[in-house]
Write a protein that binds this ligand. Sequence first.
Ligand code: ADP
Length: 165
Amino acid sequence: MKIAIYPGSFDPITLGHLNLIKRASRVFDKLIICVMVNHEKSPLFSVEERMDQIRRVTAKFDNVEVDCSDEFVANFARKLGACAIIRGLRALSDFEKECQMAVFNKKINPDIDTFFLAAEEKYMYLSSSAVRELAMFGGDLTDYAPRELIDEINAKYAQKNSGRR
Ligand code: ADP
């Protein structure tokens, strides 16, 4: 069975991520989406909230699972029996960082390869941080975030803003 792991912050998951999930899940037998815990960043949503959001928006994919880890991706991939790491490439600015990570992961686990999927044109400039910024200023998230999550992203900012007053 060919298992791939798709690691990321997913804070929150966007339509760009979802597009990658749809495409990668067609190629591999099982796709494990892994919320990577970064102790240096303070995320908008907790790891549990992000895992729950991803589970809800990927429920229609039979071969997609959700997990989390604070280990190096290549080590976690080995534990899961994965042969591939999925990453997305948007603008040129992703390229250097992504290649560097692919080299490190390969060094740690030579049995695993990183597969890059090119972002689709309409998602080329979409990121979780753009979604967060738009939500902070009350922008319309329809074209950027999964429909099921728009209310809770907006609610998170409403809650944050009321805490500041
Ligand atoms: P990280 O902090 O690991 O970069 P992200 O959640 O921002 O986590 O991104 C996870 C992966 O998804 C990265 O490889 C990123 O390039 C890719 N990605 C993010 N947004 C898009 C998009 N709109 N289209 C294609 N790939 C994307």
